[in-house]
Write a protein that binds this ligand. Structure first.
Ligand code: SF4
Length: 396
């Protein structure tokens, strides 16, 4: 996987003050991928050290009002060409910088005040199809003993827990809000394992409950709240689905987004119960673009066939009618399943970084699929699924 990185985050002394801003999380990631370091300001011919500059509208100005806009533009253009040559799919850029900042930058008053906007290079990158994140995103996704990665496994995918070097096991029935009478369906287990996979701290939940079993949206999300209480910031949801003909094939998929067709939402009443000021949760990037890009990179590097697409969550347990499948296809849906959407909403409400993976065992609408059929599909993809998850954990 090729990644463009702001050179100052890697410890290069290229900042205006002659120093660097190394990020431990970014340096760790850089050891595991092919890195293309860029510094648009140096690429633009500016010396190091140099006077600090900030963006004011389309201009980049020094504090005395001198314009350095052209040097910033030339440097950004040269760095963009470097990125294109590298074939990078991910750019990790220094936050707030007038060149590399994404989403918010210093406001031009040289007072430390931030304003919405992009640095000159980051602005040029938009439309290049490259995932852009600041070092803050990489740092927030980095696992540790205090912040293990939660992995919730669906039908037939629970074998992944055998990879865990266990430290502690937790019966689901001891988890707050998990229904005491719930029993696992075949292919699920109700015992969470805290431990490590390849030395990455994880909490693996090898089974879940569903709305179609009669449980509420809140009960379905008990594992998410538990993972959050344990300190998990990243949560990987893996689910079995049906592929929508024409939009996806059977096999493994990365979820890019979802449509909640269950008619319920786990956040109804949640804000008032928890004393939150607002019930509203931003779902514009519910499935972390950064984690999705890492997953894509791992799949490509390892030669694992993985598609990407939108997931539609339905209640079930009946399968989709041909008319429903046509509707889903028209809505741009690639995968349909009976889980995940409520859990993802709950995870986003808790500000967790979400990655959604799926194993499509059959085509939706093409006859009934048995539970055993789903298990068989999972068995056929077990090796690829395991390599994909391990590869993602390695990069975090
Ligand atoms: Fe760092 Fe980017 Fe500034 Fe260079 S231009 S010092 S890489 S933030």
């Amino acid at each position: 996987m090729d990644v463009v990185v702001s050179a100052c985050l890697l410890g290069r002394r290229c900042r205006y003050d002659g120093g660097s801003k190394p990020s431990a999380a970014v340096c760790t990631l850089a050891e595991k991928v092919r890195v293309c370091p860029i510094c648009p300001e140096v690429a633009g011919g500016l010396p190091t050290p140099r006077p600090p500059a900030e963006r004011v509208g389309e201009e980049v100005l020094l504090s005395d009002g001198t314009s350095v806009t052209e040097a910033y533009r030339v440097g950004a253009q040269r760095s963009l060409e470097q990125l294109r040559r590298s074939h990078a799919t991910l750019a990790v850029l220094k936050a707030k910088s007038p060149s590399c900042g994404i989403g918010y930058i210093y406001d031009g008053t040289h007072s430390g005040t931030l304003v919405q906007g992009d640095g000159v290079f980051a602005g040029m990158l938009k439309g290049e199809g490259v995932c852009m994140v600041s070092e803050e995103v990489v740092e927030s996704c980095r696992p540790s003993v205090e912040h293990p990665v939660a992995i919730v496994l669906g039908t037939g995918l629970g074998h992944l827990r055998s990879l865990v070097h266990p430290v502690r096991r937790i019966d689901y029935h001891d988890i707050d809000g998990f229904p005491v009478d719930a029993r696992p369906i075949p292919g699920h287990s109700f015992e969470a394992t805290i431990g490590t996979v390849d030395e990455v701290p994880v909490v693996v939940y090898p089974g879940r409950i569903h709305l179609y079993q009669g449980y509420s949206a809140s009960e379905v999300c008990a594992l998410v709240r538990h993972a959050h209480r344990l300190g998990c910031r990243d949560i990987i949801f893996a689910c079995a689905t049906g592929a929508i003909p024409g939009n996806a094939h059977t096999g493994l998929g990365i979820l890019t987004d979802h449509i909640n067709l269950t008619g319920v939402n786990p956040l109804v009443g949640d804000a008032s119960q928890r004393g939150l000021e607002t019930p509203y949760v931003d779902m514009s990037e519910a499935y972390s673009p950064y984690l999705r890009t890492l997953a894509r990179g791992v799949a490509d590097d390892l030669g694992i066939a993985v598609e990407e697409g939108v997931y539609a969550g339905v209640v079930g347990p009946s399968s989709e009618t041909p008319a429903e499948v046509r509707m889903l296809a028209g809505m741009g849906v690639s995968y349909v399943g009976m889980s995940t959407v409520c859990e993802v909403i709950a995870a986003r409400a808790l500000n967790m970084n979400v990655l959604g993976l799926t194993m499509a065992a059959n085509y939706a609408g093409e006859g009934s699929v048995s539970h055993e059929g789903v298990l068989e599909g999972a068995r056929q993809n077990a090796d690829s699924f395991e390599r994909l998850v391990r590869g993602i954990l390695r990069l975090l």
